[in-house]
Design a protein around this ligand. Structure first.
Ligand code: SF4
Length: 513
């Protein structure tokens, strides 16, 4: 065999060795009973046609590769943004392994989440006992300040009542009566992770605000970031900007430290996050701003109900959206935007102008969460690009309307199409029939890149197959530079690859671009 202790091969070159190639070919032939290659290739070609596209887009009963995750994942991410908070998911263990692995693979950090480990008996008789035992174990083993409870499909299908179960568990002494156990029902068969995020943040606020009268409003601005795979870079960048403006603010839900712990010999099960005292104090803030509308609809309604002024953005990226964010903050805080930030803005515009020739007229397909797609389409139009396909599996008809309004505001949006509720298999058809220059989304797009040859820029959660992107911001003017560079790098890498054939295409394999 080609593997040896003297020269250990990684799996990729190892499986290219003749012995492995033969073994894999025989496996395919003997165990997969494949169709003849001609049938497969004919079918492959058919899936690239307009005829197949129409069938594919009309598909209703089946979803293939949705660009979304289920509600509890959002709730788990939300809980990670509160100080010493352990996520407790009432339901089956396998689901929780999925949330943990999804977050760990993206952030390259451990993700601590517990489960009530419901199995068949709990599905028949209800999961009360699992809740009672689970909360007791979580409290004793992991020493949290609070336990944030959400649900998987299983608990929702049988109708377990979280409020009643938590009260029962407290009565049985699982946790002290005054211990904080906020909760959110997160039925995974509706909505997506952005709704789970919304429900859990609202659940935490209700846990601390319900029945408490507001004192005189303070000048602090509450900021809710929303579900954000780039929270590590983005939250820190926003804090830097707000500090430069000398604004008094409070992040409600901040997972930037939890998902970026240092290697210094000390394991931190919990790190950073909004403290209980800060959540309580946030009730008195005059304003709550959400950075992502579709992540916080219920939460912001609740903030308004308690008497706060509230508004939201669509994941502000690029020049105009950052301008809007900072101007709103400036207005409600009565703080000037300092010269240092104005200079950053000018530098971003300068960089965009420097690269204009490479960006103008480029066509893009963008997919991901509704706020992200909105934000990215807006930024692409700022660069002179055309967001040809805008797809959000968890996009609603309201999102579709907002997208159309945005796209109609610029000549670069003239030919854009909006695809709410569609999945990545539908996007594959769109890319074959109406090709674009670049694809912007998450790691799952790499299979679209392979199939259709459309270069993928990874700017959306989850990013599993590249490292550390989340540590650098996308928001703010500095984040805009990062966005710009990511897109340009992909354009230049692609151009270099296409022109690097010596003596054939190297008339354009230029040192200077
Ligand atoms: S969709 Fe339901 S079964 Fe699947 S991981 Fe989410 S909660 Fe679990």
């Amino acid at each position: 065999m080609p593997q040896s202790a003297e020269k250990a091969l990684d799996h990729a070159p190892l499986f290219c060795e003749p012995e492995y190639r033969q073994m894999l070919a025989e496996k395919k032939l003997n165990f997969e009973r494949p169709h003849p290659e001609k049938v497969v290739s004919d079918q492959r070609e058919f899936t690239k046609t307009w005829e197949y596209r129409e069938k594919n887009l009309a598909r209703k009963a089946l979803v293939v590769n949705p660009a979304k995750a289920c509600q509890p994942l959002g709730a788990v991410f939300a809980a990670a943004g509160f100080e010493r908070t352990m996520s407790f998911v009432h339901g089956s263990q396998g689901c929780v392994a999925y949330y943990r692995s999804h977050l760990s693979r993206h952030f390259k950090e451990p993700s601590s989440v517990v489960s009530s480990s419901m199995t068949e008996d709990a599905a028949v008789f209800g999961g009360l006992k699992n809740m009672v035992d689970g909360l007791a174990n979580t409290y004793k083993l992991y020493n949290p300040n609070m336990i944030a409870v959400s649900t998987t499909c299983m608990a929702e299908v049988i109708g377990d009542d979280l409020h009643g179960f938590i009260e029962n568990a407290k009565s049985e002494g699982s946790v002290p009566r005054d211990f904080d156990v906020p909760f959110a029902h997160t039925p995974a068969f509706v909505g997506s992770h952005v709704d789970g995020y919304d429900s859990m943040v609202k659940g935490v606020l209700e846990n601390f605000w319900k029945g408490t009268a507001r004192n005189e409003a303070t000048a602090t601005i509450n900021i809710i970031p929303g579900f954000d795979g780039f929270c590590v870079g983005n939250n820190r960048e926003l804090k830097r900007l707000l500090d430069l403006m000398q604004v008094t603010y409070m992040f409600i839900q901040d997972a930037s430290d939890q998902f970026d712990t240092p290697s210094d010999g000390k394991f931190r099960m919990y790190d950073g996050g909004t403290s209980i005292n800060d959540v309580k104090a946030a009730l008195n803030a005059e304003w709550t701003l959400s950075l992502q509308y579709y992540n916080t609809r219920k939460t912001l309604d609740y903030c308004r109900d308690v008497g706060q002024a509230a508004t939201s953005f669509h994941y502000p990226l690029g020049v105009e959206a950052t301008d809007e964010l900072l101007m709103v903050i400036s207005e409600i805080s009565s703080r000037e935007i300092p010269e240092a930030i104005r200079l950053e803005r000018g530098r971003l515009i300068d960089a965009m102008a420097d690269s204009q020739a490479w960006l103008y007229g480029k066509k893009y397909a963008i997919y991901g969460d509704p706020d992200f797609v909105y934000a990215m389409a807006r930024f692409i139009m700022e660069t002179g690009g055309e967001p040809t396909h805008c797809l959000a599996t968890n996009g609603t008809s309201a999102w579709e309307d907002e997208m159309k309004e945005l796209l109609a505001s610029s000549p670069f949006g003239k030919n854009a199409q909006v695809w709410p509720g569609k999945d990545l298999w539908a996007l594959r058809s769109l890319l074959f029939t109406e090709p674009v220059d670049l694809l912007i989304g998450n790691s799952y797009g790499k299979y679209l890149e392979r199939d259709t040859g459309t270069p993928l820029v990874r700017l959306m959660f989850p990013i599993f197959d590249r490292h550390h992107h989340h540590r650098f911001p996308l928001m703010g003017y500095q984040g805009g530079l990062r966005l710009l560079t990511s897109i340009l790098d992909k354009i230049f890498d692609n151009l270099d690859r296409e022109t690097m054939h010596a003596g054939v295409t190297d008339y354009s394999y230029d040192l200077t671009r």
